[in-house]
Write a protein that binds this ligand. Structure first.
Ligand code: COI
Length: 354
């Protein structure tokens, strides 16, 4: 893919690395490419100064939500090099999201090249303070103006970058999770396995409810029976029940997380029993009540590994591991972040040094 580069005339001041928050600052440039059916597909790949988009009020994404996105990170390793973590997995997941939403998609090679080129141009924005990184947000939307429901004939694929710290205000500390028994996130045959904006819009009502009750995130039950635990709003979730790690299978309603897959690979490599199975919420709460639930943690690109300190379900609150980060959660966090920031050997071949 040929990428034209137009440099910004003035550069923004860089934010204080110790107070980055999450998604508050954007870099000087962005990647953009268009897809038009009548022009034979993808054309005009470019890195240009970061700027607002001008779109027609009839732009189809604003009405029918044909939109998908991804999230990955760039890290500065101890040798000063820039590295990405499993970017090809994000490329493949976006392809699967786009297929479900009747959208065209970039090849794995072009996706990774676009991400790599933009990060290279913006490498001075990669923060180096502990637990900080450069979050990469590729996204794509139907850009055709039109009223009438059908797959659009034109699209924009864009990548923006934001230097980030921890996703949760708690930092790497246990979060409180609300298990939702009224609203649902995904049903069989729906879009649960995709990263599309609509999934997140539909989750806000329950998130608002959870926050009103003092909980950080929602844990969704399956949308068909409201019986099995699936995923949390911003991450997948895993439970250490006695000596077995249990997590929901990715069978169409759960997002196939890159961090989720990495954790399962590491756990199996360490010899843990890992079960990807439907876990009834009643079994989970019973395990929490009796102490069989030793630890719980969320996994995600933004959230990294986030310990879960408390579960709430239908009026019952259960504290996990005295609301402390458990030893396995800590070991997983140290191992994953060690590989991502280049402090530990890349045993599984997950790192792409630019
Ligand atoms: C990510 O983990 O990268 C996500 O996109 C989750 C989002 C809630 C920030």
């Amino acid at each position: 893919m040929e990428i034209r580069i137009e440099r910004a005339k003035t550069l923004k001041p860089k934010p204080d690395q110790n107070h980055l928050g999450f998604g508050k600052y954007y870099t000087d440039h962005m990647f953009e490419i268009d897809w038009d059916k009548d022009q034979g597909g993808w054309h005009d790949a470019r890195i240009i100064p970061y700027a607002p988009l001008q779109i027609d009020p009839a732009t189809m994404v604003l009405h029918y939500a044909q939109e998908t996105f991804e999230g990955l990170k760039a890290y500065r390793n101890p040798q000063g090099e820039v590295q990405l973590f499993r970017p090809e997995m994000n490329a493949r997941r976006m392809q699967n999201s786009n297929k479900r939403l009747c959208m065209p998609y970039l090849s794995e090679e072009d996706f990774v090249e676009a991400v790599s080129k933009l990060v290279e141009v913006e490498q001075d924005w990669i923060p180096t303070a502990p637990e900080t990184s450069l979050y990469i947000r590729p996204f794509m939307f139907a850009s055709e103006p039109g009223v009438g429901v059908h797959p659009a004939v034109s699209y924009k694929f864009i990548i923006i970058l934001t230097p980030v710290g921890n996703y949760y205000p708690e930092g790497v500390a246990p979060v409180k999770i609300w298990i939702e028994d009224e609203y649902v996130r995904a049903v069989k045959g729906g879009t649960g396995f995709t990263k599309c904006g609509g999934n997140y819009a539909g989750s806000l009502k329950a998130q608002e409810k959870a926050e009103e009750h003092g909980y950080t995130q929602v844990l969704w039950l399956d949308g068909n029976e409201k019986k099995y635990v699936e995923e949390v709003g911003s991450m997948n979730i895993m439970f250490l029940i006695n000596d077995t790690v249990v997590t929901a299978p990715t069978e169409g309603t759960v997002l196939p997380g890159v961090t989720r897959d990495s954790m399962l690979t590491i756990l199996r490599d360490w010899g843990y029993n890992v079960e990807e199975r439907k876990l009834p919420v009643t079994e989970l709460m019973e395990a929490a009540r009796t102490g069989a639930l030793k630890e719980a943690w969320g996994t995600g690109t933004a959230a990294v590994i986030s310990p879960v300190g408390e579960l709430y379900f239908k009026g019952e609150e259960c504290v996990i591991n005295d609301f402390k980060t458990g030893p396995l959660t800590q070991k997983l966090y140290d191992t994953l972040t060690g590989i991502q920031w280049g402090r530990l050997p890349d045993k599984f071949g997950w790192i792409k040094v630019l």
